[in-house]
Ligand binder design. Structure first.
Ligand code: TXA
Ligand code: MG
Length: 329
């Protein structure tokens, strides 16, 4: 099948299909033909294209309306496939063995056999690789037989999608296909760790907590270099922005405010409110974060009061996303 060029108009038909084996096979054909498929991973829905084709990768930026070419994560079915594209030292291999398949992305030097296009790598000598755990993602990657570049499947500046309906809301008419695999499990993007000659750095907190990674390394992660020569991951301040203004670490709720609660702190306040985890569980909170931000935004409230959220475990990544969503834009 030939999905043709992706245009930013809404005259293109986007196929929405339950992720059964037939639909997955069709999606793999679309990717091999240079088209765009949104698919579930355990973190968020990704917008996938053939990572080896600069033309296919360019369609991702066009569909997302992304103003800049930041480097993208390439998804592969297993460590062997990853080692064809990147060079894994002992630390990178230890992390891959501990956390793949799963919500960890490793930035490693590109290997001499690397096929990932310059555009997907933004011209860098390194490459970002991830082996997702979601069975639909795995089946798609195996069927496609190619590394699949996939940022989150949302329009630029919008909230990352954790349901197929979120993807359709942002990208219907702009991409070829959406594989519906139900809500995602983790709800936050992957943790990104760079294993480069300079050392092992945390580039983006995410679905695997810092402490779990440091336990495998037996050493603390270095902080992301502030003068990083690369587009710092997810560093666009408005990257996760809802339309409403976010007021973080709220200790009380003002009239007219909607509420993003945690641990039932504001359970008795009369307001449009969603509790990330009434029992104060950070893993549960991560799974709800993006969907609840969308839902609160849809109420039309101008300000969302956000309860304080602890910083341990997945709290680091949750607070990171909230800080970006609250940043002035
Ligand atoms: O959970 C996830 O990671 C989701 C799902 C779909 O897998 N994907 C995702 O991809 O968030 P993306 O492409 O939006 O995230 C790419 C991030 C960017 O912030 C980019 O700066 C960083 O990874 N990155 C990619 N390649 C890099 C490189 N060579 N060096 C440094 N950072 C890199
Ligand atoms: Mg994103």
């Amino acid at each position: 099948m030939n999905p043709g060029p992706t245009t930013p108009t809404s005259d293109r038909v986007t196929i929405l299909a339950a992720a059964d084996p037939r639909a997955v096979a069709q999606a793999a054909d679309v990717i091999r033909a240079g088209g765009l498929v949104a698919f579930p991973t355990e973190t968020v829905y990704g917008l996938g294209a053939d990572a080896t084709s600069g033309v296919a990768v360019a369609k991702i930026y066009q569909a997302k309306d992304r103003p800049q070419f930041n480097p993208l994560i390439s998804h592969v079915p297993d460590l062997a496939a990853a080692e064809r594209e990147g060079l894994f030292d002992a630390q990178a291999r230890a992390l891959a063995e501990a956390f793949w398949p799963g919500p960890l992305t490793l930035v490693v030097p590109a290997s001499p056999t690397c096929r990932i296009s310059d555009l997907a790598r933004a011209g860098l000598p390194s490459v970002a690789l991830r082996v997702p755990a979601h069975p639909v993602a795995r089946d798609l990657l195996i069927a496609a037989g190619l590394p699949v570049a996939a940022p989150s499947a949302n329009r630029s500046g919008r909230i990352s999608p954790t349901h197929a309906a979120h993807v359709m809301g942002d990208l219907d008419g702009r991409i070829d296909m959406v594989l519906d695999g139900g809500p995602t499990q983790v709800g936050l993007e992957s943790t990104i760790v760079a294993c480069l000659p300079e050392g092992v750095r945390l580039l983006r907190p995410g679905g695997i907590a810092r402490a779990s990674i440091e336990e495998v390394l037996g050493a603390p992660l270095l902080a992301a270099a502030t003068d990083a020569g690369v587009t710092a991951p997810g560093m666009l301040a408005s990257h996760y922005a809802p339309h409403a203004r976010l007021r973080l670490n709220a200790t009380q709720v003002e009239p007219e405010e909607a509420v993003l609660d945690f641990g039932g702190r504001f359970a008795h306040v009369q307001a449009a409110s969603f509790d990330l985890s009434p029992r104060g569980n950070l893993v549960e909170a991560a799974t709800h974060l993006f969907a609840f931000l969308r839902a609160l935004d849809a109420t039309g409230a101008e300000t969302i009061a956000v309860a304080p959220i602890p910083h341990d475990g997945l709290g680091e990544a949750i607070n990171d996303r909230l800080a970006r969503a609250a940043a002035p834009r």
